[in-house]
Ligand binder design. Structure first.
Ligand code: ADP
Ligand code: MG
Length: 227
């Protein structure tokens, strides 16, 4: 079967500075990097800070498309997806747990978690069941009426996680999902990831600094500085 993810980056460089004044300096972020992931695999990405882990996840998650390289996801070339397809894929195919909280502060926790449903077409049938399951699995029922600003960092990452799994996406991308969690909640999240991976064949790619978390995956990939 075709791999779910096939990425070949020649070069990803950010431009830092004022593009409007044509004063930018290039910041190289990923060079000569390839990654192939089979459907149902779980992969941990590790490497020192600033090495390009978040950059990699943004590319995999179809958020960043400015790079020199080639990316196929679920058999389709990313560069050939239309804007409408991109929006739909980001909502339904990819569960993205961002490093920085991506919750909307003006919405209650419950609304934040249900946000992907609003854009889903067609609407999933078992919306309320799925919502209840995720909320209980992550132990965040007490938080549903709150706003994100009333929640702690660890609570916010559990909320973001619940939202990411809401559409039952075939791919989950998580950027240091456990960094703000205590041991009990870290276990909870790992159990959930393992359960999705083993029982739903969800493909999981996790960026982490935590060796314990990394070791729970099928494979660990270390990003290195160029020689
Ligand atoms: P990591 O997640 O491994 O800590 P990142 O992917 O965030 O690393 O960053 C890789 C490199 O790209 C770093 O040198 C970082 O400073 C740079 N970088 C990341 N995002 C941007 C951006 N939006 N603009 C300019 N440089 C960036
Ligand atoms: Mg990062």
């Amino acid at each position: 079967m075709e791999p779910i993810i096939k990425l070949n980056i020649n070069n990803k460089t950010y431009q830092k500075g004022w593009a409007c004044f044509r004063k930018t300096t290039p910041v190289p972020a990923l060079q000569e990097f390839s990654l192939t992931v089979e459907r149902g695999e779980s992969v941990a990405i590790v490497g020192e800070s600033g090495i390009g882990k978040s950059t990699l996840l943004n590319i995999l998650g179809l958020i960043d498309r400015k790079y020199d390289g080639d990316y196929s996801i679920m058999g389709k070339r990313a560069s050939e997806l239309t804007d409408a397809q991109l929006a739909q894929w980001r909502n339904e195919k990819i569960g993205f747990v961002l490093q920085e909280s991506s919750l909307i502060n003006t919405l209650r926790v419950e609304e934040n978690i249900k946000l992907p449903f609003l854009y889903a077409n067609p609407r999933p049938q078992n919306l309320e069941t799925r919502f209840a399951q995720a909320v209980d699995q992550l132990g965040i029922r007490d938080l549903l009426k709150k706003k994100p600003l009333e929640c702690s960092g660890g609570q916010k990452s559990r909320i973001a996680f619940a939202r990411a799994i809401m559409m039952d996406p075939p791919i989950i991308l998580a950027d240091e999902p456990s960094s703000a969690l205590d041991d009990e909640n870290k276990e909870r999240m790992l159990m959930l990831l393992r359960n999705l991976n083993e029982n739903h064949s969800t493909t999981v790619i996790t960026v982490t600094h935590d060796a314990y978390v990394a070791n729970q995956h099928d494979r660990i990939i270390t990003l290195h500085k160029e020689a």
